[in-house]
Design a protein around this ligand. Sequence first.
Ligand SMILES: Cc1ncc(COP(=O)(O)O)c(C=O)c1O
Length: 444
Amino acid sequence: MDDQPVASLDAQCSLERLAMDGGKPVRTQPLPLEFPGIHYLDNEEMDAALRVLKSRSLFRFYGVDLQNEVASFEAEFAEALGVSHALAVTSGTGALNTALSALGVGPAQEVIVPAYLWVAVVAAVVSHGAIPVLADIDDTFCLDPKAVEAAITPRTAGIILVHMSGAPGDVRAIRQIADRHGIFLLEDCAQCNGGSVEGRKVGTFGDIATFSFQMNKNMTSGEGGCVVTNDLRLYRRAVACHDLGYARDEHGRLMFTDLDYCLWGGGYRMDELRAALLRVQLRKLPRIIAHMHASKYRIRRALEAFPGVQLRRIVDPAGDTGCFLITTYPNAEAARRVNRALRAEGIVTWPQGISNVVMTEWGLHLYYNIVSLVRQTSIDGRGFPWKLAENAGLARRYDKGACPAADSLFERSIILAIPSCLTAQDEDDIIKAFEKVLGREGLH
Ligand SMILES: Cc1ncc(COP(=O)(O)O)c(C=O)c1O
């Protein structure tokens, strides 16, 4: 199929009536749901959970028969990435809040965030009293280094690079910018756990990095997260901020003497049960990623026969975790038509999943859909942090139009989830549906 000449594709496409026009759909069975770690969940996780339950020790720091699951998970996760310190927390949102607290982010500071992200990223910046500054994305669908450079001001404290939709952003270029300006780089790896650039794992380039283990992620415990860093000071501050406000020494004792570590805690401690699940999922992560990667690149290779369709630029294909395929079309109308036609061919998932949509339907991943950002709302009703005297003049526009490259990519692109359990038949069907629809669209 990969090497099929264009002429034979033409002939094949012209024969088949689209399902949208009354033809026979490629498939009628919905595609599997997109939760990568869930498809690999089996007796191993159940045994691990039972082991913890039988110990009757669910809290990480003490118990009647403590298994040290959280501490073991942290050591194993740090080793898998190649970082000195990992701190397990209760969610990716908790990880972002903990990381920004560790970095000391607050009022009078700006933090650069991408136009394509998740609402939790902006929420963490705003909750700290800092001002988010949007920077546009490029064809990697992650931060455009040129836009980042242009967004830097004397108030910029740092950059949050979010590795979106399974594939790393241009982290080396962003790291250089951060170094040149002496500002921090936080990598949000929630959507790209296990991804890498030139053999080096995402999460190891930043001063600090965050992960999520919520159910949609590459490995999962339902909810969960992690903060990683090579910096002992940041790690200690993160330990303090995720817990009671105080760092711990190497024996786990609270430290009260150094005021740099006497802070305020968020209460994001990971529990033993979830850590036990995560230890099993971490061992399975390479297999989960290998499956998604193989499926995605088989489909991508088939799509190369259609030069009218632009494939997302992948910084390092070997380091792509493969959980999403993004294709971009010449204009918004073409993207909508192709998406409608693909869905009619049966390229859809069960109702509780979201797969195969034009990216304008991708909810709170799009800056202009985040109403609280666009309207600059505040929890106190008195304008925090936007109206703080220290933040005077810092807020920007956040409505549609603020990031034109992202706006154009969102309306011209389709995002398709690649579940970790696609069969060869599922892949054949996806390829066949694309070929049928794209041939009719004249995109070959
Ligand atoms: C990029 C990104 N950052 C942070 C989060 C927040 O993670 P959680 O849902 O575990 O709080 C998510 C979750 O989807 C995410 O996609």
